[in-house]
Design a protein around this ligand. Sequence first.
Ligand code: BDR
Ligand code: CA
Length: 330
Amino acid sequence: MQSHPPRKVIFDTDPGVDDAMALYYALAHPGVEVVGVTTTFGNVTVAQAAINALYLTAIAGYEVPVTMGMAKPWVKTSEAPPDFIHGDDGLGNLVTRQPTTNRLDPRASAQFIVDRARAYPGEITLVAVGPLGNLAMALQLAPELPTLLQEVILMGGTVLEPGNVSPVAEANIWNDPHAADLVFGAGWKLTMVGLDVTHQLILPVTLFGHIAKHHAHAATDTLLHAVKFYADFYSDLYPHVAKIHGCFGHDVLAFIYLTNPELFTLETGRVRVAVEGLAQGQTILRRRHMNYPQMGWEAHVPLTHVCMQLDAKGARQVLEDTLMRDWLKA
Ligand code: BDR
Ligand code: CA
């Protein structure tokens, strides 16, 4: 039996196939209450991200506020969305979409975050799985935001694992390094779920086939379609992923951290982001016990909890158990 009330979460996202996995995990989990989905550019344009968030929630039978946010990076020039990873539409090129009636909340994502944080001080957790411009903008609107939110969990960055857009940079941080550096420096309770752990969990397409068969529902069929496209990309790239026709579940791990932190091993230290040059987008962790003299690493730089190891078997089981629950409404 559920002993605590569910955690109120704002989901900041750029759906995106693994974003869709994460959204459905959050909706399905009894310990999570999604109070808003704030979209950003990233895997697709921000307009497409909002369309996808509305569509995914609607076909699952949920009506959650969805907003549109940042359309481009804080400083650097925009790049074309990675249609070869998530499809032109972000969901593996769906052949058809059923008509839905959910409508966009007219507020900008950053304003929505601030409004909800002020309405429920200390109660909202922000799970961010795209480029971090909405959070940086929200900080500009309300510098006191770190005291209003319970916690921020972000999927992004990497410490020891090689990057996925450059040898050192992970995509979400790469897409908006200036915003990311502001987020790491803001002073909220912050946990980074990066490639160090997301590359430890490979999810086979068959898992999503099993879930889709169990529910026989448009939402899980849509997820299966999207995952197949995404797994083709990852299987072309990594032979060990191809062996099981699988993919990484990056974004869903941010929620698995929220619901099952015992599956993760963390290090705590100061994280800064390289905003320019060859290392652009690199997340650099200064371990707590080291005392470096250079500027930028002073003791006032806030601490970040960084996920370094994962119980992958446990995470996969939690994902499967959650998505197999009776959670679909329509
Ligand atoms: C991250 O980048 C995006 O492509 C995924 O949705 C995830 O948020 C992984 O690097
Ligand atoms: Ca994402």
